[in-house]
Write a protein that binds this ligand. Structure first.
Ligand code: F6R
Length: 261
């Protein structure tokens, strides 16, 4: 696990985009895993800048979303598919038909989830997966108590997550859906490279558990300790409870450029 601690949080977007670009340069047909929420927005902006400048093309890429709320009508401004279209797809040159999300209105949820798993497999698996982390340690919407081997399925959202996300619904907790469909932790662990971005002191406890805590379903993100290639990008606030922050800084600074991520 590579831990990158940034003094300037704005750099997180650039680093995340650097990692994505590296994958797309190695394979222009790369399969990208997209996260929603505030953490990856800088990455999407930086990728959009590169595409606009003509230095990068995502035209050959495919992409899969991590999760979706259950019950929001198609086109709802906070449905994750709408957010990804607005914040990413419409700003780059990826073919929207090659971007797949989970259907939060599916009648047969297990069948929809199984088809989603199959679609990821058929695409050759995810090359690089962007992740945020919840204050309760969730990744995608795998809330505390989730099986670390879980696959794509429906879950209830914890109250903490609904409270955290109420800011996207004008602060109205009742407007935040109570259920979601989400890739499982096992599904996420199948991606070849995981890039997790966490910004701000509110994430400090979850980040400490993610990097230095025992692997436990109580902090689902700790499963990432078992993945062979993870890059965790944090600002000083999110890194503020790390016991070995100095060590991570030193070891990252000492790496040659080609080995940074
Ligand atoms: C969203 C997702 C969630 C968020 C997490 C952090 O697709 O998978 O796990 O990454 O809730 O959200 P932000 O970035 O808004 O703090």
């Amino acid at each position: 696990m590579e831990v990158v601690i940034l003094d300037d949080a704005a750099q997180a977007g650039v680093i995340g985009a650097d990692v994505m670009e590296q994958h797309v340069r190695a394979n222009p047909q790369a399969v990208l895993g997209l996260a929603t929420g505030s953490s990856p927005l800088g990455v999407y902006r930086s990728l959009a800048d590169r595409v606009e400048a003509g230095t990068l093309s995502l035209a050959g890429c495919k992409a899969f979303l991590l999760d979706e709320y259950v019950g929001l009508p198609a086109g709802h401004p906070e449905a994750y598919r709408t957010v990804i279209d607005r914040e990413f797809v419409e700003l780059v040159d990826i073919d929207p038909a090659n971007v797949q999300g989970l259907d939060g209105l599916a009648e047969d949820v297990p069948a929809m989830c199984a088809a989603y798993e199959q679609a990821i497999k058929d695409a050759g698996g995810v090359d690089v997966q962007l992740l945020g982390i919840g204050t309760d340690g969730h990744i995608a919407f795998n809330e505390p108590g989730s099986s670390l081997a879980s696959r794509t399925r429906s879950k209830a959202l914890h109250r903490q997550t609904r409270e955290d996300n109420a800011r996207f619904f004008d602060g109205d907790l009742d407007a935040v859906p109570t259920r979601c469909v989400t890739q499982g932790i096992g599904t996420i662990m199948d991606a070849r490279h995981l890039v997790l971005i966490a910004l701000g002191e509110g994430k400090a406890e979850a980040v400490r558990e993610l990097i230095e805590g025992p692997v436990s379903a109580l902090w689902p993100a700790t499963a990432l300790q078992l993945h062979p290639h993870v890059t965790v990008v944090v600002d000083t606030g999110a890194a503020s409870l790390l016991r070995f922050a100095d060590y991570y800084r030193e070891s990252y600074a000492a790496k040659p450029e080609w080995q940074k991520y």
